[in-house]
Design a protein around this ligand. Structure first.
Ligand SMILES: Cc1cc2nc3c(=O)[nH]c(=O)nc-3n(C[C@H](O)[C@H](O)[C@H](O)COP(=O)(O)OP(=O)(O)OC[C@H]3O[C@@H](n4cnc5c(N)ncnc54)[C@H](O)[C@@H]3O)c2cc1C
Length: 247
């Protein structure tokens, strides 16, 4: 049987290796030149949603949600995603996306955003909510998927450059470094920033991920803190990881 090397043990490589093993592949190596979930996966917000704007993304996300649901509530908190529109243009965009999503079977509904305690919603023109979206802990979940993959026989090698391993098939799942494998892939690194508050009293256990549609400003609960993010005004393409305090 062919030897398959999966390069990169972020969320993508870990899930590929696990599913290859579930499908019966018996000679799978999951190699990471650093450690499990040490790339983007270890720094991510942890939002898992089906509310995307293209049919391909929505269908892929629906498959992901089924997978996350099977992992159970410990790994995936199905608190929903609430999108808010505060302008007419944002409202039209949100409605167009909702029609696409509902047409594909995603349970997105128009709601009164005041169901979220403490949410300042005076300027909100439209709010849509999908209760089956949710949040997870990306590095912890990835380590769990790797553990399950290893149980099924996947050979996990950390601090190993996948390019140096003998193989019949190479799966490039090296995230922002996927361009280092001599294949022209349309993948470029984009710096993102997160901010975590100090512990706050009174955050609801089931606080959804809340997203302002126009700006992309969003937040979720993480333990007793809020984790907040927003896209930079000018996208920061590249590997530079310094913190921009002005954001
Ligand atoms: C701040 C932030 C917030 C985000 N929020 C969300 C969110 O809410 N929801 C969402 O869905 N996505 C979010 N993302 C995006 C998400 O994190 C990434 O899409 C995802 O983690 C990518 O996973 P990956 O496995 O492709 O890459 P990575 O996690 O970067 O993993 C790639 C791995 O490849 C390894 N590697 C590199 N070169 C080699 C080599 N030659 N040999 C072996 N291994 C190699 C690296 O060490 C690394 O561990 C966010 C990202 C960031 C940075």
């Amino acid at each position: 049987m062919a030897r398959i090397v999966v390069a990169g043990s972020g969320s993508v490589g870990a899930c590929i290796a696990y599913h290859l093993a579930l499908l019966g592949a018996r000679d799978v190596v999951l190699a990471d030149c650093a450690e499990i979930a040490s790339g983007s996966t270890g720094k991510a917000m942890g939002g898992v949603r089906q509310q995307f704007s293209s049919a391909a993304e929505v269908r892929l996300a629906q498959e992901s949600i089924s997978f996350f649901e099977k992992l159970g509530a410990f790994w995936f908190q199905q608190v929903g995603y609430l999108f808010l529109a505060t302008t007419e243009a944002g409202l039209a965009d949100l409605e167009e996306r909702r029609e696409l999503q509902v047409g594909l079977g995603v349970p997105v509904e128009q709601v009164d955003p005041r169901f979220v305690p403490g949410l300042q919603a005076d300027d909100v023109l439209r709010a849509v909510f999908c209760a089956t979206d949710g949040v997870a802990d990306p590095p912890a979940l990835t380590r769990e998927v790797v553990r399950r993959a290893a149980e099924l026989g996947v050979d996990v090698k950390e601090r190993t450059d996948a390019r140096e391993l003998e193989r019949d098939v190479l799966v490039i799942a090296a995230g922002a470094y996927s361009g280092d494998f001599g294949v022209d892939l349309p993948i470029r690194p984009l710096a993102r920033q997160l901010l975590e508050t100090e512990p706050l009293e009174g955050l609801p256990d089931d606080l959804p991920m809340v997203v302002e549609a126009e700006s992309g400003f969003h937040f979720r609960r993480r333990d007793d803190c809020l984790r907040i993010a927003m896209a930079d005004a000018v996208p920061r393409w590249g590997f530079e990881e310094s913190v921009d305090e002005s954001v």
